[in-house]
Design a protein around this ligand. Structure first.
Ligand code: NAD
Length: 426
């Protein structure tokens, strides 16, 4: 089988992308290092929660256009959509961790040919697309040195690598709305060369109904980081306001509602912190690249990272009024109506409360069936349903604005202490 596309990483980004290409007629081979992910997809099923993705994946697999496997295969285009977290190093506790991208690049290297297009979609520090090119060239060199094959020797020539196009195309989709936003969001195609940008733009035209803007790879990489840093800085402003308002005994939700009636003011909503593996992570990539210059971006991260501790203190303060407080913690996901708990401030808050043994904790998270590993071993904590938690609790803490929570009958809360970090009941 000759494949049009080989997509590396079949998570929240790679799987919808691979499936949408497949349903638009492309022959797609999806690769993931997790066997259970590969097996699930090959059965036409999904391993993540995302509206309508099950229908899309089933259609893609049943058409024969989407096949998953553990190792890359030759294709015209390679798309890399693997994680880009940060790691702790002696110099910087938040150093961008490009190990997944490097592994993916080195694994596709034996299959990359002159004329191919390699697209990086993972959110990455400036310069990573160039590194992908270097890792592939480096891999070619070691392949050529250990082999008498003419193809491998040919790959050593600058001519060959010059004929491979490399582009960075950031993904801007919102979990929960991925399938809609994949086709309707404007895109950026940043090439290491103008030809690469054009090739990437031509590729995404297959399903993208919106505009695709061409630029160089570094600008495209920085654009993605800038978008998430912009959000982080604005959320930090709202979070700081919420703390100031607590001190001044002002209702922050009303304050923001009123301030936003100004024609040029649009303040975001505060929350218990910032989670997910995008907004809470990506600004650090800018700080890592320009530590002296990125002062506001760093401070915003610090403000948002400190918000969960502030919420814990607030709960602790209210809990002191009870001998054996029962605390309902509503939500663990990092945002509303999804199952994603990564970098979630709600998990951090519940973990902190459990560690400090601040009462009995009844955790409600309608999108998960069992507690995450970080919370599973605490004896003073249990996952339960919403009616049970509300009936038993002295203190009700809203950590996530899931739709189900906003529909709660307020009469059930009249005798309780309510700490609503999302403003759904304000
Ligand atoms: N999730 C989002 O909303 C979102 C939005 C925009 C950008 N991004 C970025 O997209 C990238 C991917 O994010 P995600 O949410 O899809 O992550 P994810 O963890 O859901 O999926 C990544 C997948 O890659 C697999 N993987 C890891 N190393 C691999 C390798 N060497 N070969 C093959 N598979 C490998 C993992 O097993 C996993 O299934 C990240 O850089 C992220 O920052 C994510």
């Amino acid at each position: 089988m000759k494949y049009d596309l080989c997509v590396i990483g079949l998570g929240y980004i790679g799987l919808p992308t691979a499936s949408i290409f497949a349903t638009r007629g492309k022959k797609v081979f999806g690769v993931d290092v997790q066997k259970n992910v590969v097996d699930t997809i090959n059965k036409g099923k999904i391993h993540i929660v995302e509206p309508d993705l099950d229908v899309l994946v089933r259609a893609a697999v049943q058409s024969g256009n989407l096949v998953a496997g553990l190792d890359p295969v030759p294709a015209d285009t390679f798309i890399i959509a693997v994680p880009t977290p940060f790691k702790v190093t002696a110099e910087n506790p938040r150093t961008p961790d490009l190990a997944y991208v490097e592994t993916a690049a080195r694994k596709i290297a034996p299959h990359v040919r002159a004329g191919n297009l390699v697209v990086l979609e993972s959110t990455s520090p400036v310069g990573t697309t160039e590194k992908v090119r270097e890792w592939i060239l480096d891999e070619w060199k070691s392949l050529a040195s250990g082999s008498a094959s003419a193809t491998n020797s040919a790959r050593l020539s600058e001519d060959w690598i010059a004929k491979v196009q490399f582009a960075y195309c950031p993904e801007r989709v919102l979990p929960g709305q991925i399938l809609h936003e994949l086709v309707s969001n404007d895109r950026i195609a940043g090439g290491l060369t103008p030809e690469a940008a054009t090739a990437a733009s031509d590729l995404y035209k297959c399903f993208c109904n919106s505009e695709i803007f061409l630029t160089n790879a570094a600008t495209a990489e920085m654009a993605k980081l800038t978008e998430n840093s912009f959000r982080d800085v604005n959320i930090a402003f709202a979070n700081e306001l919420s703390i100031i308002c607590d001190r001044l005994k002002i209702n922050v939700w009303e304050l923001i509602r009123l301030a936003n009636r100004h024609p040029r003011v649009k303040i975001l909503q505060p929350g218990p912190g910032v989670g997910g593996h995008c907004i809470a992570v990506d600004p650090w990539f800018i700080v890592d690249s320009a530590p002296k210059e990125a002062r506001l971006i760093r401070t915003a991260r610090e403000v948002n990272d400190s918000k969960p501790h502030y919420v814990v203190h607030k709960i602790q303060d209210r809990a002191e009024r009870f001998k054996s407080p029962v605390i309902a913690c509503l939500g663990l996901a990092f945002k509303a109506d999804i199952d994603d708990l990564r970098e979630s401030p709600s998990v951090e808050i519940v973990h902190d409360l459990a560690t400090k043994k601040i009462g009995k904790l009844l955790v409600v998270e309608p999108y998960v069936k069992k507690l995450p590993a970080a919370l599973a071993s605490f004896e003073n904590l249990q996952l339960t349903d919403l009616p049970g938690a509300l009936a038993a609790a002295d203190i009700v803490v809203v950590l996530v604005n899931h739709r189900e929570f906003s529909r709660v009958d307020r009469k059930l809360l009249s005798e309780k202490i309510v700490i609503d970090t999302r403003g759904i009941w304000s």
